[in-house]
Design a protein around this ligand. Structure first.
Ligand code: PMP
Length: 412
């Protein structure tokens, strides 16, 4: 398939004049993306999107996780449309905020209250402060290489940062409980919270699942030392378990934060909390532009309802397993050492020995020529709009890309 990209390129040239770098984040062209990737999307529906040049793509990124039930999901759009004639942002919240808090606290077993904002970062940072307010302690423990948002205490960049931004942030290597316990004893009685994702999903590296006793031991340590356990479920929320990813790994946080899949493309985030933190939560100021956006709340209510009704987490895990196994089988046919790391609903592909990422980049580039949108250094996301027939087609197309990859490498 030959990909057109005139409009994408000309838009990008215009962008360079008015947007520093043209595009930022994971789709910045300087981030090592395949040269066939489009810069701009025109429209999307279900599991497909169409770029500005009219090329159609089978999507495995789901708006970097923001889409769980498929682009422009009809039920969600209908709920938003019902609210459209009444408006989105007011001085006060709409009644939907109460409905949404009730849905969320019903779905999340430990949660007795919830608050809302627009971004994951808003609430990971807020949650840290709630824990500090409750404990009166300054330090926070996180995993090395974990992303919790754009704020200076955790962003992966260096720009504009000063030393004090991170002076209260301590780090340990994921799964290394000895290193974790060492921090607990070194900073005895000074640690307010531990913030972790349900499993380790760093960019540019294979995902790492928690080892057997990781969560149970970590939870026990936190409980015994009065440390607040914060689950950053911004990325995985809704994709591992309908009741939150802690259910999938069998532990219980004190606060958990959701965003990406929650509004299925409408900007919203939520922090759900245990009863004992209700008082502290009231002391930490929270607001924001469009904080009460009723469209996003209508979308989130419907998104939770669909997830529970259709067991969507189990569905994307099963589809993901079928897809990952199929991809690995095809890779084996070509003697390519592909593993799909992390949970099957949000797999991270890894060719053994490909530390420089050249092979995965080439594979994603060749897959792009087949109309497959596979990202070379970020975990992929399985959309629930995909059915098994779509996955079979994807596997067939991915097989052509693998054949080309092997031919390309053989010709070097
Ligand atoms: N935590 C995790 C695990 C994330 O993946 C992200 C977003 N990629 C965030 C926090 C920050 O969320 P947002 O981009 O909505 O601020």
């Amino acid at each position: 398939m030959s990909l057109k990209r005139d409009k994408s390129d000309s838009l990008f040239s215009r962008a360079l004049n008015v947007i520093p770098g043209g595009i930022y984040g994971h789709v910045s062209p300087i981030a090592g993306l395949p040269r066939f990737f489009p810069h701009y999307t025109q429209k999307a529906s279900g599991f497909k999107f169409v770029d500005v040049d009219g090329n159609e793509w089978i999507d495995f990124m789901c708006g970097f996780g923001a889409i769980l039930h498929g682009y422009s999901n009809p039920e969600i759009e209908e709920s938003v449309n019902d609210q459209r004639s009444m408006g989105s942002v007011f001085n006060q919240p709409s009644p939907l905020m109460v409905d949404l808090a009730e849905s969320l606290t019903n779905a999340i077993d430990f949660a007795k209250w919830a608050v809302f904002a627009k971004n994951g970062s808003d609430l990971t940072t807020w949650a840290l402060r709630v824990a500090r307010e409750y404990t009166g302690r300054p330090y926070v423990i996180k995993a090395k290489g974990a992303y919790h948002g754009v704020d200076a205490w955790c962003d992966p960049g260096f720009g504009g940062r000063i030393e004090s931004d991170r002076s209260s942030i301590l780090e340990f290597s994921w799964n290394d409980l000895n290193e974790f316990k060492k921090l607990l004893s070194e900073y005895d009685n000074q640690i307010s919270s531990v913030i972790l994702t349900p499993y380790h999903h760093a960019a540019f590296a294979p995902s790492i699942l928690p080892s057997d006793h990781f969560w149970s031991e970590l939870e026990k340590e936190c409980r015994s030392k009065g440390i607040i356990l914060i689950l950053d479920d911004v990325r995985a929320g809704g994709r591992l378990h309908e009741g939150g990813s802690h259910k999938y790994f069998d532990f219980c946080p004190d606060l958990s934060i959701y965003s990406k899949g929650l509004g299925n493309g409408y900007g919203i985030s939520a922090c759900a909390g245990a009863e004992f933190l209700r008082g502290a939560s009231k002391e930490v100021f929270l607001t924001g532009s469009c904080w009460n956006d009723a469209f996003a709340m209508a979308a989130a209510i419907k998104s939770i309802e669909i997830s529970l009704r259709d067991s969507v987490a189990q569905s994307v895990l099963a589809k993901g397993e079928y897809f990952c196994n199929g991809l690995i089988d095809r890779a084996q046919e070509f003697d390519l050492p592909l593993t799909m790391t992390g949970p099957s609903s949000m797999p991270y592909p890894w060719f053994k020995g490909d530390e420089d990422l050249f092979r995965i980049q080439k594979f994603c580039e060749l897959s792009a020529k087949q109309g497959l949108y596979f990202h070379p250094h970020h975990n992929w996301f399985i959309s629930n709009a995909l059915d098994y027939g779509d996955l079979d087609l994807t596997l067939e197309l991915a097989g052509y890309a693998m054949k080309e990859l092997v031919d390309f490498e053989g010709s070097k």
